[in-house]
Design a protein. Structure first.
Lengths: 117, 111
């Protein structure tokens, strides 16, 4: 069974850094793109970008370019989403997803990030 | 403003059919057969319902069907059931740079 398990909820202050994780299991982690999707409180889904763990190639949405960093450690089947300086507007639920032909067939449970002073 | 346009709400009575539209452009929906639909219940992660316009993942009831005409895709839910009440999001491939775009979501209410 394909599973994506994300790290737990985070509460941070503006300006702090953060790295959240997504561990894949039940399939060949290096052969599928892993993406990240943001959902702000009460709002819709937004595609942030994807990474190919096999060679760490990335593609970022123009809306998030330069705002976040995607990375992956294929040795432990884990993808990461990282911020260097959080803003209050980064408060949201973040989902990791497995991508196949531009659709997402498996979703993590979500990581809630709260940024508040 | 979302890249794809969905109606904010839709409704139907149990047993009825309801269709949710998703309008894009020739750069996304109209240009590729890579439209997908996701169902999201409150407090839960989204779940894939339709992919590549018309295909259903295993485990998704055949009451759910997808179609596309030009720049507009549609999700039809037949034989509405109470558990179908949820938010539904469409998405489409949008080229190498934008890659994937979502609709704003439609809240489906089963009356």
């Amino acid at each position: 069974e394909v599973q994506l398990v994300q790290s737990g909820a985070e509460v941070k202050k503006p300006g702090e850094s953060l790295k959240i994780s997504c561990k894949g299991s039940g399939y060949s982690f290096t052969n599928y793109w892993i993406g990240w999707v943001r959902q702000m409180p009460g709002k819709g889904l937004e595609w942030m970008g994807i990474i190919y763990p096999g060679d760490s190639s990335t593609r970022n949405s123009p809306s998030f370019q330069g705002q976040v960093t995607l990375s992956a450690d294929k040795s432990i089947s884990t993808a990461y989403l990282q911020w260097s300086s959080l803003k209050a507007s980064d408060t949201a639920m973040y989902y990791c997803v497995r991508e196949v032909n531009s659709y997402f067939d498996s979703w993590g449970q979500g990581t809630l990030v709260t940024v508040s002073s | 403003q979302s890249a794809l346009t969905q109606p904010p709400s839709a409704s139907g009575s149990p047993g009825q059919s309801v269709t949710i539209s998703c309008t894009g452009t020739s750069s996304d929906i109209g240009g590729y057969n890579y439209v997908s639909w996701y169902q999201q219940h409150p407090g839960k992660a989204p779940n894939l319902m339709i992919y590549e316009v018309t295909k259903r993942p295993s485990g998704v009831p055949d009451r759910f069907s997808g179609s596309k005409s030009g720049n507009t895709a549609s999700l039809t839910v037949s034989g509405l059931q109470a558990e179908d009440e949820a938010d539904y999001y469409c998405s489409s491939h949008a080229g190498r740079n934008n890659f994937v775009v979502f609709g704003g979501g439609t809240k489906l209410t089963v009356l």
